[in-house]
Design a protein around this ligand. Sequence first.
Ligand code: DSN
Length: 437
Amino acid sequence: MKEEGLLYFNRIMEALKKHHEFFQTAIPLIASENVPSPAVRAALASDFGNRYAEGYPGERLYAGCRWIDEVELLGVELAKKIFRAPFADLRPISGVVANLAAYTVLAEPGDVMVALAIPHGGHISHGKKSWNGTAGRVRGLDVVRYEFDYERFNIDVDGTRRRLEKDGGVKPKIFMLGASVFLFPHPVREVAQLAAEYGASVVYDAAHVAGLIAGGVFQAPLDEGADVMTMSTHKTLAGPQHGMVVSTEKYAEQLKAVMFPPLHSNHHLHAVAGVAIALAEAMAFYHEYTRAIVKNAKALAAALHEEGLSPLYEKYGYTESHQVLVDVSRFMGGRDAELRLEEAGIVLNRNLIPKDYELKTDYRNPSGIRIGVQEVTRLGMGPSEMKEIARFISRVVVRGEDSKKIRREVAEFRKNYTKVHYAFSNVTEAYHFIEIK
Ligand code: DSN
């Protein structure tokens, strides 16, 4: 048994190392990922990850929490300052759990929630029961979709108002905002006005854009009328994989009460420490980092256009976030594009684009790809590197060049970008596999 265990151990360690080697030599463009700073990685490897601290700081049900309380309270203080929020809770262990907390406080099973449909960019955690979405399947909410303005890739508030009136008797309890495909700020003020007509609450899922909001480049949802803002903490915020909720004072006590005991026992204290560090880095560096992200996203979209690809929404400057959405259907399906690009060391994901909603395209082979530039920006790349990335993508998708040949060139290109920027220290390389011996 000892030998068999060792064989498994070695295979696992080998796969971990290979993963790191791959990311050291690839171009990471998945819009929902990022590489945290060495300090965040140190927090993740710390003893905090071996402890329990049920409850809120200062009200714990376990001993040994003195320093855990201090770190968590510093994180709360930072979150309140950065998001200009009266209340913050760092306990949700993911964005989905953060949303579940909001649903639990703001609605009862059977209540109606208005949210974006998934092909319009909505997240699975906002989804209806028939799609196995968290809101419908887990909290029992009756999810109805917003009308969507394809032309502007945004919520059609007036159309939604008209449909709700026409449907008569539908009384939403929650208006959900935020998305997984998120190019332009959502109309928070207008949706808040509509919600007020129904006495409903507004929740803004900032998972994708939390870093951009922290840096002041996207929108300020709580100032604009959202009651609760949920998020995961590892996309543009560049912390560890975790979640967070910030809100107005009105919901503070109810949110606190739902985090423990209903939704968590252990809330992953090493990740809480990582989030606190990421927030301190956000305070210090994200004004600069997030402007570089948006500049790079626009530069990449323009370069893709020049290379013969079809990034969407040129008329509106392509994007105001970290994301670019590209229609690749003239050349191949989104699935093939994803696979071939991965072979070339370019990591991104296939994605439904607006026309797929009407074409009823199979979500497994949609017409588009989604690109996020937050991670390559964190590696120190700028607009000239975006041109090089666009060229690599075009050589695979438009010209059909051999992916394996491009793979070698991609690895060569990556050699100049190995450190994390916009952080307090960069003592280790971004994708270095840290072995604790
Ligand atoms: N589904 C993830 C994404 O946007 O990639 C987020 O959970």
